[in-house]
Design a protein around this ligand. Structure first.
Ligand code: FE2
Length: 241
């Protein structure tokens, strides 16, 4: 596969639970490039108590990483976004204009608590859309309320929220229930795109195994839509859903 676009990856060093050093970040990006990724988006966590990162800081750290990484060969194109944890602190950040949508500003990555869907999520996603920013929902297969059925997020999907499969779920990286939920949501055609969510260079081997499984499940053509065409459409604001 070639020309893939990753919308979720943790390669900026020592900023969250991703890579620890610059060299590790470069090694992760290079491994993704070798696998077939032309573009890899850094999505560091913004999560009030755990990873209190802010927009200005992340932009600066991204610039620093990208500049140094230019000295390394065989790097993919690097873009920036953030993985926003959807608690009240995030919505305050959003209202102040301090959230960090994907490069180009057409969409933003959000993640939810694993045990329950937040109150008022639908209204808030609607407000993001009104401002022209598409909410991209990180790893829905990992949320307990969705293990048995996609129904709890049906309204969000109708409204245009875009579920982003973390492919490593298909290799069993997060356990049996997320794996089964991912397989079911693929069968339902619920996902709009798929990402790596790599935190370490070694994760790329798992991604390779998972993409093989993805192709077995949905075929080459659909896999390329999920891994290449739709992520690109999200960045360009050309989503057809
Ligand atoms: Fe992540």
């Amino acid at each position: 596969m070639e020309g893939l676009v990753d919308l979720h990856c943790h390669y900026i060093p020592a900023i969250d639970d991703g890579v620890r050093t610059h060299d590790e970040g470069v090694a992760l990006c290079q491994a993704l490039k070798r696998f077939g990724y032309a573009t890899v988006t850094a999505t560091p966590h913004i999560r009030s108590a755990m990873f209190p990162n802010n927009r200005a800081d992340l932009e600066q750290r991204f610039e620093r990483f990208s500049e140094q990484a230019r000295e390394s060969s065989d790097m993919p194109e690097l873009l920036l976004g953030a993985e926003h944890f959807c608690d009240d602190a995030f919505w305050e950040l959003w209202n102040r204009g301090e959230a960090l949508p994907y490069s180009g500003g057409k969409a933003a990555l959000i993640e939810l608590p694993v045990d329950q869907l937040p109150l008022r999520l639908g209204d808030r996603c609607f407000r993001m859309q009104v401002r022209g920013v598409r909410p991209v929902l990180a790893h829905p297969e990992r949320y307990a309320p969705l293990f048995g059925s996609t129904a709890p997020i049906e309204r969000l999907l109708e409204m245009g929220v875009l579920p982003l499969l973390d492919v490593m779920a298909l290799a069993g990286k997060y356990g049996r229930k997320p794996q089964q939920a991912a397989e079911r949501m693929l069968e339902e055609d619920a996902y709009y795109a798929a990402c790596s969510d790599c935190h370490r260079p070694a994760d790329v081997e798992v991604v390779a195994e998972a993409v093989e499984r993805l192709v077995e499940l949905v075929g080459d053509e659909q896999a390329l839509l999920l891994l290449r065409d739709h992520p690109r459409a999200i960045l360009r604001g050309e989503v057809d859903r």
